[in-house]
Unconditional design. Structure first.
Length: 70
């Protein structure tokens, strides 16, 4: 059996500070940045951003089209 070092199993992210060490303002900024990155990534691979709004599921597309899902 081949052992894989733990270092190879852990994915390195972009964070420079743990969220629990951030000030509320830093955490808010980080959350907004992560939301924007997720949205940009989905649009770059041709997928919509799907989220809940007022109890309904919404699909938002890169071209600005917004569709309420059933």
């Amino acid at each position: 059996m081949i052992e894989i070092p733990v270092e190879q199993l852990i994915k390195k992210g972009k964070m420079t500070m743990e969220p629990w060490k951030m000030t509320p303002a830093e955490r808010d900024e980080w959350e907004l940045r992560m939301q924007a990155e997720a949205k940009n990534h989905l649009f770059s691979i041709g997928q919509p951003l799907v989220y809940e709004k007022e109890g309904r599921m919404i699909a938002e597309y890169a071209d600005g089209k917004i569709i309420a899902l059933h």
